[in-house]
Design a protein around this ligand. Structure first.
Ligand code: ATP
Ligand code: MG
Length: 342
């Protein structure tokens, strides 16, 4: 049996799937093909993208941007998050809170301009996306969640942001708790403020819980399978070794490597131009090196196809290259116990 499908079979609890790696190596392609493979086994899958330049629309040849989860084939849902839409919703929420809290008819102009300015911050887009991911993942609507990740550096940024956020909220929470002690004393004098403080503290705790849950999933070996995409080229290999160290530092549970874009070696037995023969020889050296470096951790060697992978027919071909044809269905909790998620 192909090693990649064995991973899924042996670890049915790893329901959060990620393909990481440098730009353009095949993360989106593998995400879509894996979603296709699992959906065909009858598992309910969401493949989603947090990239503003997401390309799930391209690969599925459907405009899904900002439309929520769109069913592509039975059991296969794809979603591209529209950060702007979420920033707008978030702004409205803030406006509403201000109106409710202070019993106003409309938001004062100074506050409105502040809300507008905050939305222009790049960090706002990041956190809008982050927030949406937390919502999606915590809803527990699917058997599998496949994150179509952004290129490597950026993915690391997300992970680091989660831990920065976490520290920051810890500090604030601590401060708030200290202040609560004070305010207990102070409440003898000033009673009204207390409940407001409680509300803020509750909200912070809530944010903290959400962040811990989502970043906890990202780094949880039991629940997450992270695959590293590489190609048989010199530069890619050097970068991969560096990246693997970084990921280890962030406790990303690396499951193994998938080598993409392998020029079929059988071509060497045919009459081919020197150009291609040279490429094949170089590739052979890099494949040997990959084997030495990663050995058993290499889960699949995927051929370079004669055309781009777009549309369901090509996605199906890719799924077969990755997982093999007609593998047996995975035994999964939701199939044994209809609709329940553990
Ligand atoms: N094995 C393959 N054979 C032929 N074309 C491929 C193969 N793998 C990927 N491609 C093509 O390479 C291009 C890049 O792939 P893909 O979009 O999956 O990369 P990515 O890692 O998601 O890129 P980004 O970092 O920009 O998100 C796409 O046009 C895809 O169809
Ligand atoms: Mg991509």
């Amino acid at each position: 049996m192909l090693s990649l499908s064995r991973i899924f079979e042996e670890h049915p609890n790893r329901r959060y799937i990620m393909f990481g790696g440098k730009g353009g190596l095949g993360k989106t392609t593998f995400s879509a093909a894996t979603a296709f493979y699992l959906a065909q086994k009858g598992l309910k899958v969401l493949v989603f993208s947090v990239d503003p330049q997401a390309s799930l629309s391209d690969i599925f040849e459907r405009d899904i941007f900002g439309k929520g989860p769109v069913e592509i084939i039975p059991n296969l849902f794809a979603q591209e998050i529209d950060a702007d839409q979420h920033i707008k919703a978030y702004q409205n929420e803030i406006r509403q809170k201000i109106l409710d809290m202070y019993g106003m008819e409309e938001v004062p102009e100074e506050i409105e301009s502040y809300i507008q300015a905050a939305a222009a911050e790049p960090a706002m887009e990041e956190s809008a996306i982050f927030d949406q991911v937390v919502d999606i993942v915590m809803a527990e609507d699917y058997d599998y969640y496949i994150y179509d990740l952004v290129p490597l550096g950026h993915a690391l940024y997300y992970l680091s942001m989660a831990s920065v956020y976490d520290e920051w909220i810890d500090k604030i929470t601590e401060l708030r708790q200290e202040m609560e002690e004070f305010s207990k004393v102070a409440s003898l004098i000033k009673r009204k403020k207390e409940s407001e403080e409680d509300m803020i503290l509750k909200e912070l705790m809530d944010i903290k819980y959400r962040i811990n849950t989502s970043s906890g999933i990202l780094t949880n070996k039991e629940k997450t399978a992270f695959f590293f995409v590489i190609i048989p080229e010199e530069m890619a290999l050097l970068d991969t070794q560096k990246a693997a160290k970084l990921f280890a530092a962030y406790d990303v549970p690396l499951c193994g490597y998938v080598v993409n874009r392998v020029i079929p070696t059988e071509l060497g037995q045919q009459r081919i131009p020197d150009y291609l023969r040279n490429r094949l020889e170089m590739q052979g050296r890099h494949m040997k090196r990959i084997d030495e470096l990663f050995g058993e951790q290499v889960l699949a060697w995927i051929p370079e196809f004669e055309r781009d992978v777009t549309g369901l027919a090509m996605i199906e071909r890719m799924a077969e290259a990755m997982f093999g044809p007609n593998a047996d269905p995975i035994k999964h909790s939701s199939q044994m116990d209809e609709g329940a998620h553990s």
